[in-house]
Design a protein around this ligand. Structure first.
Ligand SMILES: NC(=O)c1ccc[n+]([C@@H]2O[C@H](COP(=O)([O-])OP(=O)(O)OC[C@H]3O[C@@H](n4cnc5c(N)ncnc54)[C@H](OP(=O)(O)O)[C@@H]3O)[C@@H](O)[C@H]2O)c1
Length: 339
């Protein structure tokens, strides 16, 4: 089969399309998926650079954390799917290839209103966003959610989910144009992260968040897709009993200075999360929650896939460079097989 292949860890130029061996035939509860499209993620870039090795049992050189496709074969104990079904889901690697062997517990049926390409833009960002904001941080109607890098894939998924649940939303981005586009998704308050506002003037930023929050006391939940450089401001911007969840680290992993005293007096919670390396049972649970809570919203058109650009698998180098440019608004997708 054809697959994206990291010939050497480093630059996007080191990516190739290679003929590699097909996965083995599915056994037990395994499913073989003929992949039609796969989402590109920041994690693929970090893996390509050699800093995010695939977990045990997943290919070291073939990236891909999410996919949409058709079932080509099933193991003898698969109960919920049959050959030919349209499915999508997350995996810990290897999805950017013509075939992927996975577990039925990690699959969901693609709603009829979504194409394969649209479906490939959903699993990683919607599972991450719902799991982080609603499941782990227990975000409730009437509360305020602050989303950093709101024009990102995860950010737009979180924004739509929040609006579908009657939550007030505040979003940040370094790009004015992305904030303007977020208004179409119902973003209540946009804060341009220009002049390093958030890292250099945290009190000014926190005052703005408080004044824009539903309670006037700050953000109840902060979905942080940026990381260390925003930590001090995040703690200032949290409401009493607020929850800060660290999801992404494009802005660094090591925070120099923040006020732990405020964490105590606010009785705040700081949570870290990762999807890829979770044990299979926990991943399956996140997928079940996605099926129960998010799929109906997708099927009803209340939330939707947000595709910025589609590349063919042969253009994978360009796709990586584009994602790294930070220009994208929403998802970048690789089409693995036409149609
Ligand atoms: N923990 C998990 O399980 C999990 C799952 C999925 C994703 N993630 C992480 O979550 C983050 C978002 O993922 P995504 O796929 O939604 O990203 P994305 O669509 O690629 O968007 C990321 C955006 O972040 C902003 N950004 C990049 N570098 C920045 C910096 N140094 N400072 C401030 N803003 C910066 C850029 O937008 P602007 O500059 O225009 O604002 C960029 O477009 C990534 O770090 C990703 O690795 C984690």
């Amino acid at each position: 089969m054809r697959a994206v292949y990291i010939a050497e860890f480093g630059a996007a130029e080191n990516l190739e399309i290679r003929e590699v061996q097909n996965p083995s035939a599915p056994r037990d509860t395994e499913v073989l998926v003929r992949v039609k499209a796969a989402g590109l993620n920041r994690a693929d870039i970090v893996q390509r650079k050699g800093f995010y090795p695939a977990p045990e049992g997943f290919p070291e050189r073939i990236p891909g954390l999410e996919f949409a496709g058709e079932i080509a074969a099933i193991g003898e104990n698969v109960r919920n799917f049959k050959v030919g079904d349209r499915v999508f889901g997350i995996t810990a690697g290897g999805a950017q290839a013509e075939f992927l062997l996975t577990e039925e517990s990690l699959l969901a049926a693609i709603p009829e209103n979504l194409s394969f390409v649209e479906a490939a833009a959903v699993p990683e960002v919607f599972i991450t966003a719902y799991d982080a904001a609603f499941d782990q941080c227990e975000l409730r109607a009437g509360e305020t959610l602050l989303i950093h890098a709101v024009g990102s894939g995860v950010g737009l998924a979180a924004l739509q989910l929040a609006k579908a649940h009657n939550i007030r939303t505040i979003g940040t981005s370094r790009t004015a144009d992305k904030l303007a586009k977020c208004a179409e998704f119902g973003l209540d308050c946009a804060i341009l992260a220009a002049d390093d506002l958030i890292e250099n003037r945290p009190s000014e930023f926190a005052a703005k968040v408080r004044s824009e929050s539903a309670s006037g006391k700050g953000a109840d939940v902060i979905l942080d897709l940026v990381g260390a450089k925003y930590l001090a401001a995040n703690i200032e911007a949290l409401a009493p009993r607020g929850r800060l969840i660290s999801v992404g680290l494009t802005g660094g992993a090591i925070a120099e200075k923040f006020n732990l005293g405020a964490v105590l007096t606010k009785r705040a919670r700081i949570i870290g999360t990762v999807l890829r390396s979770r044990p299979p049972a926990e991943k399956a649970r996140a997928n079940r929650v996605f099926i129960e809570k998010v799929l109906p919203l997708l099927a009803a058109g209340k939330v939707r896939a947000n595709i910025d650009r589609i590349f063919s698998i042969d253009e994978v180098k360009k796709a990586h460079q584009y994602l790294e440019s930070n220009e994208s608004f929403g998802k970048v997708i690789l089409e693995i097989e036409a149609g």
